[in-house]
Design a binder for this molecule. Structure first.
Ligand code: HEM
Length: 218
C-alpha cells in the first residue's frame, strides 16, 4: 500500500472508504464544480441570476437537492469517522501538511455549508422563493462577515475538492506509481487554481454589483 493510502485508509477495510470517496467525486465533486461555474455566469447581472435560479421547474430543484444532499450527508459521516482516526506519520513534510489542511478545510466547510445552505437555500425556500441577486450582492458589498465567509468557503472548497481528487485516486488504486502520483499532483494543482478563479470571480462580480444596492437591514 502506498504512503498516501496508508494515511487515508489505516484500517485496511475496502468498501466504506471506496463508497465515501467515490460519492465525493461524483456526483458531489462534479456538482460543486458545476455550482461554482453556474454562479460565475449567474452573478454577471440580475437577468442572468433570474435565468439561472428562477426559471427551472420545482421538480428539477428537488431532484438537484436529492442528488446533492444524499451524497453530502454520506460523505460527511464518512469524513467525520476518518477525522477521528486522523494521525500524522513520519513520511514527507508536504504529504503531512496536505493531510492536515484537508482535515482543517473539512471542519471549516461544515460550518460554511451549514450557514450557506440555511441562508441561500432553506430560508428563501420557506418563503416559496430563491435567493435574490440583490440580497446576495448587497450582503457581499456591505456586510464584511458575508464576504469573508464566502471567500474562505471558496478557498476551503477548492482545496478540499482538488486535494480530495488526488487522495481518492490513491484509495482507489489509480495513481499507485510515483509517475502517476506526480501527474495527479499537477492535475490537482491546476484544478485547485481553476476552482479558486471561478469561485472568487463570482464573489467579485457580486461585490461590484452590490454598490448599486443599499446596505441590507438584517
Ligand atoms: C461563489 C460563491 C457561491 C454562491 C454565490 C452560491 C450561491 C448559491 C445559491 C444562490 C444557492 C441556492 C440555489 C437555489 O435556490 O436553487 C446555493 C445552494 C447551495 N450551495 Fe452555493 N454558492 C456559492 C458557493 C458554494 C460553495 C463553495 C459550496 C461548497 C460545496 C456551495 C454549496 C451549496 C449547496 C450544497 C447548496 C444547496 C444545493 C441545492 O439545494 O440545490 N456553494 N448556492
Amino acid at each position: 500500500m502506498s504512503e498516501a493510502a496508508v494515511h487515508e485508509n489505516p484500517t485496511g477495510s475496502v468498501l466504506f472508504p471506496r463508497l465515501g470517496s467515490v460519492l465525493a467525486l461524483a456526483p458531489l465533486g462534479v456538482w460543486t464544480t458545476w455550482h461554482l461555474w453556474q454562479n460565475l455566469v449567474a452573478s454577471r447581472s440580475d437577468e442572468a441570476w433570474q435565468h439561472t435560479y428562477f426559471s427551472g421547474s420545482a421538480a428539477g430543484s428537488v431532484v438537484t437537492s436529492l442528488v446533492v444532499f444524499a451524497p453530502l450527508v454520506i460523505h460527511t459521516l464518512w469524513g467525520l469517522r476518518r477525522l477521528k482516526m486522523a494521525s500524522v506519520n513520519k513520511y514527507s513534510y508536504f504529504g503531512n501538511l496536505k493531510y492536515i489542511v484537508q482535515r482543517v478545510s473539512a471542519v471549516g466547510l461544515l460550518g460554511f455549508l451549514a450557514a450557506h445552505i440555511t441562508l441561500a437555500r432553506i430560508k428563501p425556500a420557506l418563503n416559496g422563493t430563491h435567493e435574490t441577486f440583490e440580497d446576495l450582492a448587497a450582503h457581499m458589498r456591505h456586510h464584511p462577515p458575508t464576504t469573508m465567509v464566502y471567500v474562505l468557503g471558496v478557498l476551503g472548497t477548492a482545496y478540499h475538492l482538488a486535494n480530495g481528487v488526488y487522495t481518492s485516486f490513491f484509495i482507489n488504486g489509480l495513481a499507485a506509481s510515483p509517475q502517476a502520483a506526480r501527474r495527479m499532483q499537477v492535475i490537482s494543482l491546476v484544478f485547485f487554481a481553476f476552482l479558486v478563479v471561478v469561485g472568487l470571480g463570482a464573489i467579485a462580480q457580486l461585490y461590484n454589483a452590490g454598490a448599486a444596492f443599499s446596505p441590507p437591514v438584517d
